[in-house]
Design a binder for this molecule. Structure first.
Ligand code: ADP
Ligand code: MG
Length: 835
């Protein structure tokens, strides 16, 4: 018999919580020591034992080097922490698993949860999501289901609404300790959907604590005791006031929390001046002082929302209310400012600290466990009669329902006369009675409120013997909203070769905000031949990030390399390859590549936090980056742009270093070195993009405008109406994208499209074709790799010229181009082999 997961966990950057769903209610468990619902996500290592939560936080003052917090921000990276007290390196995953284990101790009922729902920020990428799952498994859970935080918060909120208030759009504003997230959530009677979201990983309550210390307390101490540069003396690990800094942050947080309900608050602490004299400091902070120092950050968060709304063509009027989530939204100033600036009602009905865990538990209460259970034996159908051949049952019903009864229907294939069926609820409270079996049956099933309802469909033969046929249970959870899937936080793309094969570009497969699970099959063409048993490779590289960015700055989340030696037969340029890409709700990625011509299939499942990095490919990418960056550097120096050049110089040095590191490792290296190098490469690629961004944008824009006027000329003078329409289409909304630094590849693509269009017009013009041909024909033989063949092509070309056969001339031109030794080769990268 299946049952629901019921346990939900909010694994927060600052605080974590655990709750459980039972019959329509959620209980948030309390820490057995201290009886608080929140467990600070902080871990401390003493020589002999590990501290978690408040105790770990208190230990900060004594031994900050052995206390770790904020590690959620590092999930899915290779960054590790060295713990001096135990002389060991720990990963963010292992810290998170310690927090999760501690949360298990909150469950006083004696149950040991095996399946659990854990929340993640909507912006978590595949690797970060999988890292969270891994932390769950490490903590001993056998099944981990992920749920995005804004959905969780909305569930907590939606379940409180009166029926008539439900329908509408909401903004979920989540300001926690270290992160800020905002989501637009659409709710209708049964379903809840995240329309769009945006986040900033570096804005939260911790910033406010720091501001209190640096903008209020420090200036006071500096003036009172004539000290300069107190901040560096506090913030550096070796600074004399480092310990005091942590103490003050702690005090600042306490004060900040008090200021949410009081107009002023006193801070008391001991201060040793530079002559080692001790002073008792008593200090008053007023609410308006605090508001002044955080105002800028809050305005920033509101601007953020305005952009999000604009991007979705929504105005304040389209949003019913703002739902506040996260501890920092207790601050009254924030509530007021949001209401005032956005002119949207602020809803304070949910508790900002527990909203996410409550929603997680609701969701857990609607999700059936997928774990195999021991009782399965009992529920197996007792074979009363021999099984009936080909009897097939297809069922359809809503797994979550807010109604008292739910419509159920099934299609039965290969029924025989005299057969009957009966549907029973497992508590015996509902029985459909025995009815004749038809090709299609339907029933209204009566549901018990706020719980998982299990029904069994039984089929009998004409002798009233139950037939042995596999029929899954009918599982319906009453009282919950169903979730309209979870949206993808970023675009998912395939890397393909650029038209001229000088580099690679991204092709969109799934768009940001598409709903998981998702699946798509696309057909690509091979851009080069690969001979069997050669070392050549074909790369299927699936990347996550922005479709407009360069492939090197995106994250590779699944890569299959098909090598020559993997092939049965040679692969010929131009043959088709069918790619099926699938992402499950819990972010596993399945890639199947099928090559028609040789009837061979390659399949790979990319599971938990594993990353795939291909060393050969990485070498190529870094070499390419290095070449282009050096070139850029030369240009900058020539133009006397020394400041920018200095930045780029440093990048080229870093590139050289990782080139060296990479040369030390082999393709089948088992350490995580290649991941580290890949991370560094991505960071450098992004820096290069930024460092040369303006310069590149200007160049790309120049190219674009030039191509545009060139193309326009041909469209005007020689084009058809259809050409004109295409031209208008390409340049449509130009002002929206032409200045977008992030959209450089987009501008490049537009330029290419214009180029293609002009070429299509030009190639109908014999004079132009002759002009192009002459350009190639007049080159000297030495410029071609095969002079004999070149001569032959030229002979044929001269004849074609007399016949004025445009197509033939063009075909010869392209063959000549292939023979050219110098096609600007130093710019080339081997690419993926897909076009
Ligand atoms: P996270 O989602 O990052 O784990 P929370 O939502 O629990 O974090 O928010 C924690 C932050 O909220 C901390 O910075 C804490 O100081 C702040 N906070 C908690 N209560 C209050 C309050 N009453 N007033 C102001 N800030 C608060
Ligand atoms: Mg949170």
């Amino acid at each position: 018999m299946s049952s629901t997961i019921n346990f939900g966990i909010d694994l927060g950057t600052t605080n974590s919580l655990i709750g459980k769903y039972t019959n329509g209610q959620v209980e948030v468990f309390r820490n057995p020591s201290g009886m608080k619902e929140t467990l600070p996500s902080v871990v401390a290592f003493r020589k002999e034992r590990i501290l978690v939560g408040d105790k770990a936080k208190e230990y900060l003052e004594r031994d900050a080097n052995n206390v770790f917090g904020g590690f959620k921000r590092k999930m899915g990276t290779d960054e590790n922490y060295f713990v001096p007290n135990i002389e060991e390196t720990k990963s963010p995953i292992s810290f998170s698993s310690i927090v999760l284990q501690e949360l298990k101790n909150f469950v006083y009922t004696g149950e040991v949860p095996e399946s659990v729902v854990i929340t993640i920020p909507a912006s978590f990428n595949t690797i970060q999501s999988n890292a969270t799952k891994e932390a769950g498994y490490l903590a001993g859970f056998k099944e981990v289901v992920l749920l995005q935080e804004p959905i969780a918060a909305s569930l907590a909120f939606a379940n409180k609404l009166k029926e008539e208030e439900i329908v509408g759009n909401r903004l979920v504003y989540d300001l926690g300790g270290g992160t800020f997230d905002v989501a637009i959530v659409k709710i209708d009677h049964e379903e809840l959907k995240v329309v769009d979201h945006e986040g900033d990983n570096f804005l939260g309550g911790m910033d406010f604590d720091q501001l209190i210390v640096t903008k209020i307390i420090v200036p006071y101490l500096e003036s009172q005791f004539q000290i300069n540069d107190l901040i560096p003396k506090m913030q550096s690990a070796s600074g004399i006031y480092n310990k005091l800094y942590y103490k003050l942050l702690y005090k600042a947080e306490e004060a900040k929390i008090m200021l949410s309900s009081k107009e002023s608050v006193e801070i008391e602490f001991e201060f040793e001046d530079q002559k080692d004299e001790s002073h008792e400091i008593i200090f008053t902070i007023h609410r308006h002082q605090f508001e002044d120092i955080i105002k800028e950050k809050i305005i920033y968060s509101i601007e953020f929302i305005k952009n999000l709304l604009e991007r979705n063509q929504l105005s304040s009027k389209d949003i019913n209310e703002v739902v506040l989530v996260g501890g920092s939204t207790y601050i009254p100033f924030i509530r007021n400012l949001i209401q005032e600036q956005l002119e949207i009602n602020v809803n304070c009905s949910v508790d900002p600290t527990t909203a996410v865990v409550i929603g997680a538990a609701y969701y857990a209460g609607s999700k059936t466990k997928q774990l195999p259970t021991n009782v399965e034996e009992n529920s197996k159908i007792k074979t009363v009669s021999p099984s009936v051949e080909n009897l097939k049952v297809k069922m359809a019903y809503q797994k979550n329902s807010r109604e008292k009864e739910e419509y159920f229907t099934a299609i039965i294939e290969n029924t025989k006369p005299g057969m009957t069926y009966r549907i029973l609820r497992d508590d015996g409270g509902y029985d459909s009675g025995t009815k004749p079996l038809k090709e299609r049956i339907s029933e209204m099933l009566i549901l018990l409120p706020h719980t998982l309802n299990l029904f069994i469909l039984k089929i009998y033969n004409s002798q009233q013997q139950q037939i042995a046929v596999e029929i899954p249970e009918i599982a319906i959870v009453q009282g919950n909203f169903s979730i309209y899937g979870q949206p993808l936080p970023d675009d998912i793309c395939l890397e393909v070769d650029d038209v001229e094969n000088t580099t690679t570009k991204l092709e969109l497969i799934f768009e940001k905000n598409a709903i998981l699970p998702i699946k798509k099959t696309i057909t690509k063409t091979l851009s080069r031949s690969i001979s069997k048993s050669s070392e050549e490779q074909l790369l299927i590289n699936i990347l996550e990030g922005s479709r407009y960015a360069a492939p090197t700055s995106n994250l590779s989340i699944g890569m299959i390399a098909i090598r020559g030696r993997d092939l049965h037969t040679n692969l010929i340029k131009g043959s088709d390859i069918e790619l099926c890409i699938e992402i499950s709700e819990s972010r596993d990625i399945i890639v199947i590549a099928y090559i028609n011509m040789i009837d061979q299939e390659f399949k790979q499942v990319f599971s938990p936090s594993a990353r795939s990095v291909n060393v050969t490919r990485l070498k190529e990418e870094i070499d390419y980056l290095s070449r282009t960056t050096n070139k850029q550097l030369d240009i900058m120096i020539k133009k006397d742009q020394f400041e920018e050049a200095a930045v780029l110089k440093r990048i080229t040095e870093d590139l050289r270093n990782i080139q060296m590191d990479l040369s030390q490792i082999s393709e089948d290296d088992t350490t995580d070195m290649k991941y580290q190098i890949d991370d560094k490469k991505r960071k450098l690629a992004t820096l290069i993009d930024k460092g040369t961004g303006d310069e590149r944008l200007i160049m790309l824009k120049e190219d674009y405008y030039q191509m545009k006027s060139h193309c326009f000329h041909f469209v005007e003078n020689e084009g058809f109406e259809s050409h004109r329409l295409r031209f208008d289409n390409i340049v449509a909304n130009e002002s929206d994208w032409i200045n977008d630094k992030g959209g450089k590849n987009f501008i490049k693509r537009k330029t290419e499209e214009l180029n293609k269009l002009s070429w299509e017009i030009k190639r109908r013009n014999l004079n132009y074709v002759i002009y192009v041909y002459t350009h190639y024909a007049l080159k000297s033989e030495e410029e071609y790799s095969n002079p004999e063949r070149f001569k032959m092509l030229k002979e044929r070309g001269d004849q074609a010229l007399q016949r004025k056969n445009i197509d033939e001339i063009l075909s010869l031109v392209s063959q000549m181009h292939e023979l050219l030794i110098d096609k600007g080769k130093d710019e080339h990268m081997k690419g993926t082999g897909l076009s």
